[in-house]
Design a protein around this ligand. Structure first.
Ligand code: PMV
Length: 347
């Protein structure tokens, strides 16, 4: 029974990651296996998701709270999937409860399934007293949300797509440590969102089924990934930024080539795109580069000496509500600041 000696409660603090080379498309819907490998940067502790997990033989069902709101059975499906994988590893059939809170600065429309699912896998494993490798944790987190498999690590991270049908070789590895490129910054521009987006799960499925451009994109991915890693390792800023912008544009072009089209960018996103190109042109060098995921918010990469200028430029654009300047993050850690009591009550 959970009690004072609890190994049955644990809390993880985890941050989102942002992909430089994107994951868009699954080769296996059930196991969340991607059509291509991807490459991301861990965001810093300003964007922390805190998740507490408790397992107990006394619970009658799995239950969860997100930012204080009790989740419906439907909303619990990804968490239950992660709990099932953990229960199988621990050879225990106890139900689990979790509470998760995004400690992001007031920023509407900015939440991350990546940090949430990775935090759930890490806290859940710790709560059950499992000593899992990062590889195992990455494989479990992946089955909650694909991009979550990259959030179990800090620094620069590659999600190797793997070849096997059971997904045992589809997990994330660190390519460079958090401190490898200390000057690198990501200026996140939170923009106004008009309507609810199509989920990435359904968007990518429709792209695979209907876009012929996507087949072209797939052929370019192995080379793009190698280049991105090389440009990070050699700290080649202009080459990396150009590649990152082209990559984001390529993914969003495939979204537009989906039939019916899936669109995530809005007018503010398009303003960011033109403003960054104008800035680079005025400088006569590529000093900033944007990338967009399944939503209109921009992640703009640059280095420390240009941050003030980039931030000012973004904040001056119509529809940009707020900016957050992130360094390369250190990755997740366990914490003793729990959101649930050992009995599983919301604190
Ligand atoms: O794993 P999901 O469902 O959050 O999908 C992530 C998809 C993108 O954010 C658009 C790209 C990526 O690699 O993170």
């Amino acid at each position: 029974m959970p009690g004072k000696t609890a190994p049955y409660i644990a809390t993880c603090e985890c941050t989102p990651n942002n992909a430089l080379i994107k994951y868009w498309g699954k080769r296996d819907e059930k196991l969340f296996l991607p059509t291509n490998s991807s490459f991301s940067v861990c965001m810093d502790e300003q964007l922390v998701t805190r998740t507490t997990v408790v397992f107990s033989p006394e619970f009658k069902q799995d239950e969860g709270w997100l930012d204080g709101k009790n989740l419906s059975a439907d909303e619990m499906s990804s968490a239950t999937k992660i709990f099932n994988l953990l229960r199988a590893k621990a050879k225990k059939n106890w139900f689990g409860r979790f509470a998760s809170k995004n400690d992001f600065p007031t920023a509407a429309g900015f939440a991350s399934s990546a940090s949430g699912m990775a935090a759930l896998a890490i806290a859940g494993a710790a709560a059950l007293g499992l000593k899992l490798s990062l590889q195992e944790l990455s494989i479990i987190a992946r089955q909650g949300s694909g991009s979550a498999c990259r959030s179990v690590l800090g620094g620069f991270v590659e999600w190797r797509k793997g070849e096997k049908a059971d997904g045992s070789d589809s997990f994330a590895v660190q390519v460079a440590s958090p401190g490898y490129w200390p000057e690198l910054r990501c200026v996140i521009a939170i923009v106004a969102e008009e309507k609810k987006k199509v989920s990435s799960r359904s968007g990518m499925k429709q792209t695979i089924q209907t876009s012929s451009l996507f087949q072209q994109r797939l052929k370019q991915m192995p080379q793009k990934l190698e280049q991105a890693k090389q440009f990070v390792l050699s700290k080649n800023l202009p080459a990396l930024l150009e590649l990152v912008m082209r990559e984001s544009n390529s993914m969003h072009a495939c979204m537009l080539d989906t039939f019916p089209p899936v669109t995530y960018l809005n007018d503010s996103s398009r303003q960011v795109i033109s403003a960054i190109h104008q800035l680079n042109e005025a400088k006569g060098a590529v000093i900033a580069g944007y990338t967009f995921d399944a939503g209109p918010n921009a992640h703009v990469y640059t280095v420390e000496k240009h941050v003030a200028e980039v931030k000012k430029l973004l904040e001056g654009l119509d529809g940009v509500k707020k900016t957050i300047v992130s360094k390369v993050g250190a990755g997740p850690n366990l914490s003793s600041t729990h959101l649930l009591s050992e009995k599983g009550e919301l604190l």
